[in-house]
Design a protein around this ligand. Structure first.
Ligand SMILES: Cc1cc2nc3c(=O)[nH]c(=O)nc-3n(C[C@H](O)[C@H](O)[C@H](O)COP(=O)(O)OP(=O)(O)OC[C@H]3O[C@@H](n4cnc5c(N)ncnc54)[C@H](O)[C@@H]3O)c2cc1C
Ligand code: FES
Ligand code: FES
Length: 1336
C-alpha cells in the first residue's frame, strides 16, 4: 500500500497538481502553484487585487484580512472565517472560496453596507487599514448579522489602525448592533433624543441614510466547490515551487508514511509558526507536508474521562467546541474546559485563532504558549502516531524539553489531544498578562490546578505550570510539593510564595527582560488562584471565614461617546461645505480597496525590485563587500553600492554629511550599505541576504544618553534659553525639588511602509517617481543631487500615503535616491517597498528623551523657578534633531507662567539608527517632563495636581519665556470646560471612595492642559502654492503643495475650493500632489498643511472667480457650466496659480526671543483609568477632550485628528516600547514585539468637544491647526496611571514623589505600586549583570 503511495507521490513530484480555488466568485486554477506563495502576494501581484494590504507579513496587523469559506461535507455546512492572507499559503486553499474587499462591494456597482458605514462614520483616514477592518467586520456579519459590541471588538481585535483611534470605526460598526445607540448625553439612562436641546446638536453622520444589510448582495458559495467536496475522490496533492515542494495527503496512513520518510519536513496546518519562521528567519523547508485533509486530525471523541480533540482543529473551533460542551456537563467536571476557553479568548487575534491549530500550538512549545501551561496543569495528554504505532504522551514537564523542542520524535504526528474532566473538589484556573491586553503573546501565563479530598481543605494534588518564565513551559514542581497533604491556608501559601520565588528565579539578563516583573507575576498569579480557591472552598462550606474579595476583571464594555461641535453659522449657504463634517473624500475608495497606494500601482514593463543590505554592526569599518554569491542567484540583476552614485553621495543637514550608502564605515546597525535589484521581490530579498559584508569593529560604540553625555557626543548646536534669574530665584523659594523622567522613543508604525517606484522616462535622464512622502520637493531635490541632474528632470508624484506621522518627511528621500540610482544604472523602473521589520530598523523613530529638573516653589503652590535639562537620543545622523531640540525648549513652559525658567537641550549622537520627526516634533517629550515636574510639586505639597496646575497657569495677557505675547483665555476656557464636561470634582470623590474600598485595583484620574505653537519657526517653510484648472465641462482640478496622509487635507482643500468658486464639492477633484504642477513645496508637517495650502487654494480660486465676473454679469442666470464655456470662448484663462506667503516667524537663540509660532492651539484632557495593581494592566475608563481649534473647516476630519493623535499619545506614554540589544540591534521589528494601541486600548467612553465660539485671525476661515497637539494629551492616561499607582503605594505606607518612566507599561506600573509581591523580589545590583535590553 505504502509503496503505491510512494510511487504515486514520486510520479506527482514530476508533474505537480492543479490547484483549484475561488476568489470573489471566480475560479482560479494554478498549474504551478509555488508553496512559498502566500495568498497576499498572489492577490496583489498575480490577480492585481490590491485592496488587500501588506502591513507586516506576520499575522500581527490585520491589514491583509480576507474571508475564507469552506464547504464541510460531513455537516453540509458552509463555514466562513477571517484569516490573514499574509500567512495563508495558496497551496492550502484547494477547494476554498476566498472573499476579498473587492468581492463585497464596489463604487462601480454597489458598495457594501460595512464599507459604507465605516466610511460614513469617518472610520477611514489614510485608509490603509480599512480593507482589513471591513473584511473582519464583514466576516462577523456573515456569521452573525446582528452582532453585539463584544462580538465587534473581538472581531476587530487583530486589526491595527494607526490613524483613527478606533472610535469612529467602532461607531460605524456599532450601527449593525441591536443594542441601543443612545449617546446618553443627558446623563445615565437618558437618551440624547429626549429633550429639545440635544436634537439640535449636529451629528458627525446621519444614521438614517445608511443602507440596510442585504444578504442578497453576498457572493454565493461556488456550487462547483460543493460538488468537488461531495463527489471527488480525494487525491494526494503535490505542488512544486522554485525551492519547495508541498504534499497534501488525504489519509492518516499516507501522512505517517510521508512523515516517516521525511522526518524533518514540517506539518503545516495554520502556518502561523512555520510561516513567520520562513519569512523572518529565512528558514528553508524543501518539503512541506500539509495534513489539513486528513480527517482523523479533526475528529472529536467523547470518553467518560474527558474529550479527545483532533489536533488539527483550529483554536477557534476548539473554543466553540468547549463552549458547547460546558453546559452539557456538571459544573465541577468542566474546570479545565473553562480555563481553556478563557485562555483561547485572549490568544492571538481572531484571524490567528481561525487558522492556528491546537496541535501546532502544543508542538511549537513556545516559551510563552498560552495553552501548554493550562493543558499541562490539567493533566492533558496527546495521542501520537508514527510508523512505530500509536502512543499517548502526557503533557507534563518531560514534554517541554527546551526552546522550541518537545519530547516527541521527529516523525511523530499528534493526532488528538485529550482534555480531561475535572473532579469534585478540583479547581483549574488560567491567568495571563501581556504587553497589550489583546492580540499579544503573554509576558507570563499560567495554568494552576488543585484537588482537595472531599469536604476538606487538605491538598491532595496540585499542579502549576508557567509560560514566559524560561525557554519553554516550566513546572513549579517544588512549589507544588510544598502544598501536598497540607491545608490550603495562609501558612502553606506563605511558604509556597517563598519556594516559588526561589524555584522560578530568572537570571537578571534573561531574554525578554522585565525580570522583576515576571517574577512578581508568578507570585501574584498564585495569589489570584488562592482567592478563587478560597471562594470555592467557601461555596462548598469547607471554610467558614469570609474570604477576601476576588479581583474582578477590568471593565471592557465600550460605551457610546460624544463628539460635539458647532453648527455652521446661520445663513451659510447649504452648498457651502466649509465647517461641515464632510466625509474624507477618498473614504469610499479606501473602504472598497479601490484607493491606489504606491505599491498598488501595476508593474511597468521590465520593472525591478530593490532590497537593501544593512549593517549588522553598530560601529565598524567595512573591510569587504562580496556580492558574488548574490549575483549568481536567480533573478538578481545588479548590486548598487556608493560607487555607483553618479552625483552627490551624501545628504547634508545642519553642516553634517550623511552617506546615502555607507562606503568605509558604519555607525549603527541598520545603516544602509548596498542594495540588490532583481526581477521579483523574493529574488531581491534572497539576493540581499546573500551579500557578505566583513567588518572590523571600532571601539566603544555609544548607545545611551548617559554614555553620550559622558563622552560629550552631541550634534551641535546645543541650545539654551533662560527667562528671569533662575539661580537667584532658587534662593528665595520655600522648597526645592529635583527629579527626572525618561521617555522612550516611538516607532511611527504608519501602516503603509516606505514605498516608492522610480520610472526612467527613457530620454534626457528624466524620471517619474511615485513615492509615499510628506515632502515631494525634498525627495525631488535629493534624487536630482544624487543623480547629478537638474531638478527639472525629476517629477515626484504623491497620490496618498498610508500614514506618515513625520516618518515620511526626510527619510523617504534617502531611500528614493538609492532607488533612483538603481533605476538610472539599469535604465529600468525600480520599486522599493520596505518590509515592516526593515522599515522599523532603518528609518528611525521619535527621539527618546531624558529630562532632569530642579524646581523651586512656594508652599502655596506657586512655582517660581525651574531649571530643566533635556537630552535627546538622536542616533547616528543629525537629520532634524537640532530642530527637535529647539522645539522642545520652546514648549517647556506648556501652560504655565514660571517667572524664572531655564532650559538646556542637547541632541546626543549615538550608534543607534537616526531618529527623525514624529507628530509633535519633540513637544510630547518636552511637556511630559514639565508636567511630571508639576506633578512632583503637587505630591511634595500633598495637594491635588490639578490645583497646582491651575495656580501656575498663564492668566490674562501673557508672555512666554521667549517673549511671545499671547492670550491664554481659550486655554483657560478649555480647562474649565473640560472639568465641567468630565464632572471632574464628583468623579474625583467617587475615585477616592473606590480606592478606599478596593485593595488590588485602584482608579486614577488626571486633567492636563496643552498650549501648542502652530507653523514653522523656520520662516521660509511658511509658504504654499496651488494650481487650479477649470475644464470646459465645468469640472475643476485642484493641485496644491500638501500631501494626503490620512489627515484629510485634500478633503479640506476641496471644501475651500467649493466655497471660493461657489460650486458643489462634487465638481472638484484632487488627483495627486506632484512637483511638476506645484513646485518647491514645503513638507506637510507642523500642523500647518491646511493653514498654508488652504490660503493658496483660496487665492487661486478667488483669482479664477474674479476672472469669471464679467461672464457672470453678462449672464447672471447662467449655470456654472455655461459660464465656463462662455469664458473659454472669450479667451479667459481658466487656470490659475495661488500662493500664500505665510507669517514671517523667527527665533533668535542668541537673544533668546522670537516669534516662532503663528498662534497657539489650546486644549485640555481628562482621563480616568482603572489599574490592576498586581498585573499592571489598566483600562482607560473615560476620556474627555476639549480642544480650541477655532472654527473647524471640517469637524469630522478634525475630531478624527484629535482622537487619532490622542491614541498615538496613549501608545507613546503607556504602551509602545522600542527595545535594543546590548549590541545596538533593534529587537522590536514588527507588531509581534512592538505594540501600538489596538481596539482594546480605546477609552471605554471617548468624548471630544470642540470649543465653541473661538476665532483665529491667523488661519484660513478662522480655523486652527490640529494634526499634532493632541498627541501630548495622551499623557493624561500616564498621569492617571500615576495617580492610581500613588493610591496603591499609600496602602504600603509610601507617600511623596516617586519615579515612573514613560511609557508606563504594565511592568512599570505594577512595580511602582510596590505591592506585597513586588517587594519580595530581591533587587539585582545594577552593573552586576548585562541587561537583555539597553535603557537608551
Ligand atoms: C500574530 C500571532 C499571534 C500569536 N499569539 C499567540 C498567543 O497570544 N498565545 C499563544 O499561545 N500563541 C500565539 N501564537 C502562536 C500560535 O498559536 C501558534 O503559532 C499556532 O497555534 C501554531 O499552529 P499552526 O497550525 O499555525 O502551526 P504551523 O505553523 O502550521 O506548524 C507549527 C509546527 O507544529 C508542527 N505541527 C503542527 N501540527 C502538528 C501535528 N498535528 N503533529 C505534529 N506536529 C505538528 C509543525 O510541524 C510545525 O513545526 C500567535 C501566532 C501569531 C502568528
Ligand atoms: S500583513 Fe498580514 S497581518 Fe499584517
Ligand atoms: S486609517 Fe487606519 S491606519 Fe490609517
Amino acid at each position: 500500500m505504502w509503496n503505491f503511495f510512494l510511487c504515486t507521490w514520486k510520479m506527482l513530484t514530476v508533474t505537480g497538481d492543479t490547484l483549484c480555488f475561488f476568489i470573489n466568485g471566480k475560479k482560479v486554477t494554478e498549474n504551478h502553484a509555488d508553496p512559498e506563495t502566500m495568498l497576499l502576494s498572489f492577490l496583489r501581484e498575480r490577480l492585481r487585487l490590491t485592496g488587500t494590504k501588506y502591513g507586516c507579513g506576520g499575522g500581527g496587523c490585520g491589514a491583509c484580512t480576507v474571508m475564507v469559506s469552506r464547504y464541510q461535507p460531513a455537516t453540509k455546512a458552509i463555514i466562513h472565517y477571517s484569516a490573514n492572507a499574509c500567512l495563508l499559503p495558496i497551496c492550502q486553499l484547494h477547494g476554498a472560496a476566498i472573499t476579498t474587499v473587492e468581492g463585497i462591494g464596489s463604487t462601480k456597482t454597489r458598495i457594501h453596507p460595512v464599507q459604507e458605514r465605516i466610511a460614513k462614520a469617518h472610520g477611514s483616514q489614510c485608509g490603509f487599514c480599512t480593507p482589513g477592518m471591513v473584511m473582519s467586520m464583514y466576516t462577523l456579519l456573515r456569521n452573525k448579522p446582528q452582532p453585539t459590541m463584544e462580538d465587534i471588538t473581538q472581531a476587530l481585535a487583530g486589526n491595527l489602525c494607526r490613524c483613527t483611534g478606533y472610535r469612529p470605526i467602532v461607531d460605524g460598526c456599532r450601527t449593525f448592533c441591536q443594542e441601543t445607540n443612545c449617546c446618553q448625553a443627558n446623563g445615565v439612562g437618558n437618551c440624547c433624543l429626549n429633550g429639545e436641546e440635544n436634537t439640535e446638536k449636529p451629528q458627525l453622520f446621519d444614521k438614517e441614510e445608511l443602507q440596510p444589510l442585504d444578504p442578497t448582495q453576498d457572493l454565493i458559495f461556488p456550487p462547483e466547490l460543493i460538488l468537488m467536496a461531495e463527489t471527488a475522490n480525494p487525491q494526494t496533492l503535490t505542488f512544486h515551487g522554485e525551492r519547495m515542494t508541498w504534499v497534501s495527503p488525504t489519509s492518516l496512513e499516507e501522512l505517517v508514511q510521508l512523515k516517516t520518510s521525511n522526518p524533518t519536513a514540517p506539518l503545516v496546518m495554520g502556518n502561523t509558526n512555520i510561516g513567520p519562521d520562513i519569512k523572518f528567519k529565512g528558514v528553508l523547508h524543501p518539503l512541506i507536508i500539509s495534513p489539513t485533509r486528513v480527517k482523523e486530525l479533526f475528529e472529536v471523541t467523547h470518553t467518560p474521562q474527558g474529550v479527545w480533540l483532533g489536533a488539527g482543529c483550529s483554536l477557534s473551533e476548539v473554543r466553540t467546541l468547549l463552549e458547547k460542551l460546558v453546559p452539557q456537563f456538571p459544573e465541577e467536571k468542566t474546570e479545565l474546559f473553562k480555563a481553556l476557553i478563557q485562555q483561547l479568548g485572549n490568544l492571538g487575534s481572531q484571524q490567528i485563532r481561525n487558522v492556528a491549530s491546537l496541535g501546532g500550538n502544543i508542538v511549537s512549545v513556545y516559551p510563552n504558549s498560552d495553552l501548554n501551561p493550562v493543558l499541562a496543569a490539567g493533566n492533558s495528554k496527546v495521542s501520537v502516531i508514527s510508523s512505530g504505532g500509536r502512543r499517548e504522551v502526557p503533557l507534563n514537564q518531560d514534554f517541554f524539553v527546551s526552546f522550541g523542542k518537545n519530547i516527541l520524535k521527529q516523525e511523530e504526528i499528534v493526532v488528538s489531544v485529550f482534555i480531561p474532566f475535572s473532579r469534585k473538589g478540583e479547581f483549574v484556573r488560567a491567568f495571563r498578562q501581556a504587553a497589550r491586553k489583546e492580540s499579544s503573546f503573554p509576558t507570563v501565563t499560567t495554568g494552576m490546578r488543585v484537588f482537595f479530598s472531599e469536604g476538606s481543605r487538605v491538598v491532595q494534588d496540585v499542579s502549576i505550570y508557567y509560560g514566559g518564565m524560561g525557554p519553554t513551559t516550566v513546572s513549579a514542581a517544588r512549589t507544588c510539593a510544598a502544598f501536598i497533604a497540607r491545608p490550603w491556608d495562609d501558612e502553606t501559601l506563605s511558604q509556597a510564595y517563598d519556594i516559588l520565588l526561589d524555584e522560578l528565579a530568572l537570571p537578571p539578563s534573561a531574554p525578554g527582560g522585565k525580570v522583576d516583573f515576571r517574577r512578581s507575576l508568578t507570585l501574584s498569579f498564585l495569589f489570584r488562584f488562592n482567592l478563587d480557591v478560597l471562594h470555592k472552598l467557601r461555596e462548598m462550606d469547607v471554610v467558614t471565614d469570609e474570604p477576601p474579595e476576588r479581583i474582578q476583571p477590568l471593565p471592557r464594555e465600550i460605551q457610546p461617546s460624544l463628539q460635539e461641535f458647532q453648527h455652521v453659522p446661520k445663513g451659510q449657504s447649504d452648498q457651502d461645505p466649509v465647517g461641515r463634517p464632510i466625509m474624507h473624500r477618498s473614504a469610499m475608495s479606501q473602504a472598497t480597496g479601490e484607493a491606489v497606494y504606491c505599491d498598488d500601482m501595476p508593474a511597468t514593463d521590465g520593472e525591478l525590485f530593490l532590497a537593501l543590505v544593512t549593517s549588522s554592526r553598530a560601529h565598524a569599518k567595512i573591510i569587504g563587500l562580496d556580492a558574488s554569491e548574490a549575483l549568481q542567484l536567480p533573478g538578481v540583476i545588479d548590486v548598487i553600492t556608493a560607487r555607483d552614485i553618479p552625483g552627490k553621495k551624501v545628504r547634508t543637514m545642519f553642516g553634517y554629511d550623511e552617506e546615502l550608502l555607507a562606503e568605509t564605515e558604519v555607525s549603527c546597525i541598520g545603516q544602509m550599505i548596498c542594495a540588490v535589484v532583481a526581477d521579483t521581490r523574493a529574488h531581491a530579498r534572497r539576493g540581499a541576504a546573500a551579500v557578505k559584508i566583513s567588518y572590523e569593529d571600532l571601539p566603544q560604540p555609544v548607545f545611551t544618553i548617559e554614555e553620550a553625555v559622558e563622552k560629550s557626543s552631541f550634534f551641535k548646536p546645543l541650545r539654551w534659553i533662560e527667562m528671569g534669574d533662575v539661580a537667584e530665584a532658587f534662593k528665595s523659594v520655600d522648597q526645592v525639588y529635583e527629579g527626572e523622567v525618561r521617555l522612550g522613543g516611538q516607532e511611527h508604525f504608519y501602516m503603509e511602509t516606505q514605498s516608492m517606484l522610480v520610472v526612467p522616462v527613457g530620454e534626457e535622464t528624466e524620471f517619474n517617481v511615485y513615492v509615499s512622502t510628506q515632502w515631494p520637493t525634498s525627495t525631488q531635490d535629493v534624487i536630482a543631487e544624487t543623480l547629478g541632474i537638474p531638478s527639472n528632470r525629476v517629477t515626484c508624484h504623491v497620490k496618498r500615503m498610508g500614514g506618515a506621522f513625520g516618518g515620511k518627511v526626510t527619510k523617504t528621500a534617502i531611500l528614493a535616491s538609492i532607488t533612483s540610482v538603481a533605476a538610472w544604472k539599469t535604465s529600468r523602473a525600480v520599486r522599493c517597498v520596505l518590509e515592516r521589520g526593515e522599515d522599523m530598523l532603518i528609518t528611525g523613530a521619535r527621539h527618546p528623551v531624558l529630562g532632569k529638573y530642579k524646581v523651586g516653589f512656594m508652599n502655596d503652590g506657586r512655582i517660581v523657578a525651574a531649571d530643566i535639562q533635556y537630552y535627546t537620543n538622536a542616533g547616528n545622523t543629525v537629520d532634524e534633531s537640532v530642530l527637535v531640540v529647539e522645539k522642545i525648549l520652546l514648549h517647556m513652559d506648556n501652560a504655565y507662567n514660571i517667572p524664572n525658567l531655564r532650559g538646556r537641550a542637547a541632541a546626543c549622537r549615538t550608534n543607534l539608527p537616526s531618529n527623525t520627526a514624529f507628530r509633535g516634533f519633540g513637544v510630547p517629550q518636552s511637556i511630559m517632563v514639565v508636567e511630571n515636574m508639576v506633578n512632583d510639586v503637587a505630591t511634595v505639597l500633598g495637594r491635588p495636581a490639578d490645583q497646582i496646575r491651575e495656580i501656575n497657569m498663564y492668566k490674562g495677557s501673557s508672555v512666554t519665556h521667549y517673549k511671545f505675547e499671547f492670550s491664554p483665555e481659550n486655554m483657560l476656557r478649555c480647562w474649565e470646560e473640560c472639568k465641567a464636561k468630565s464632572d471632574y470634582s464628583a468623579r474625583r470623590r467617587a475615585i477616592d471612595q473606590f480606592n478606599q474600598q478596593s485593595r488590588w485595583k485602584k482608579r486614577g484620574m488626571s486633567i492636563i492642559p496643552i498650549k501648542y505653537g502652530i507653523a514653522f519657526a523656520e520662516s521660509f517653510l511658511n509658504q504654499a502654492a496651488a494650481l487650479v484648472h477649470i475644464y470646459k465641462d465645468g469640472s475643476v482640478l485642484v493641485t496644491h503643495g500638501g500631501t494626503e496622509m490620512g489627515q484629510g487635507i485634500h478633503t479640506k482643500m476641496q471644501q475651500v475650493a467649493s466655497r471660493e468658486l461657489h460650486i458643489p464639492a462634487s465638481k472638484i477633484y484632487i488627483s495627486e500632489t506632484s512637483t511638476n504642477t506645484v513646485p518647491n513645496t514645503c513638507p506637510s508637517a507642523a500642523s500647518f498643511g491646511t493653514d498654508a495650502n488652504g490660503m493658496a487654494v483660496k487665492n487661486a480660486c478667488q483669482t479664477l472667480y474674479q476672472r469669471l465676473e464679467p461672464i457672470r454679469q453678462k449672464d447672471p442666470k447662467g449655470s456654472w457650466e455655461s459660464w465656463i464655456v462662455a469664458a473659454f470662448f472669450e479667451k479667459i484663462s481658466l487656470s490659475a496659480t495661488g500662493f500664500h506667503r505665510g507669517p514671517d516667524l523667527y527665533m533668535d537663540w542668541d537673544k533668546m526671543e522670537g516669534q516662532p509660532y503663528a498662534y497657539f492651539t489650546f486644549g485640555a484632557c481628562c482621563c480616568e483609568v482603572e489599574l490592576d495593581c498586581l498585573s499592571g494592566d489598566y483600562r482607560t475608563v473615560r476620556t474627555d477632550i476639549v480642544m480650541d481649534i477655532g472654527r473647524s473647516v471640517n469637524p469630522s476630519v478634525d475630531i478624527g485628528q484629535i482622537e487619532g493623535a490622542f491614541m498615538q499619545g496613549l501608545g507613546l506614554y503607556t504602551l509602545e516600547e522600542l527595545k535594543f540589544s546590548p549590541s545596538g540591534l533593534l529587537y522590536t521589528r514588527g507588531p509581534s514585539q512592538y505594540k501600538i494601541p489596538a481596539v482594546c486600548d480605546m477609552p471605554l467612553q471617548f468624548n471630544v468637544y470642540l470649543l465653541s465660539d473661538s476665532h483665529n485671525p491667523h488661519a484660513i476661515y478662522s480655523s486652527k491647526g490640529i494634526g499634532e497637539p493632541v498627541v501630548f494629551l495622551g499623557s493624561s492616561v500616564f498621569f492617571a496611571i500615576k495617580d492610581a499607582v500613588a493610591a496603591a503605594r499609600s496602602e504600603s505606607g509610601l507617600v511623596g514623589p516617586f519615579s515612573l518612566d514613560s511609557p508606563a507599561t504594565p511592568d512599570r506600573a505594577c512595580l511602582a505600586c510596590a505591592s506585597l509581591f513586588t517587594q519580595k523580589i530581591p533587587a539585582n545590583k545594577p552593573g552586576s549583570f548585562k541587561p537583555w535590553a539597553l535603557n537608551i
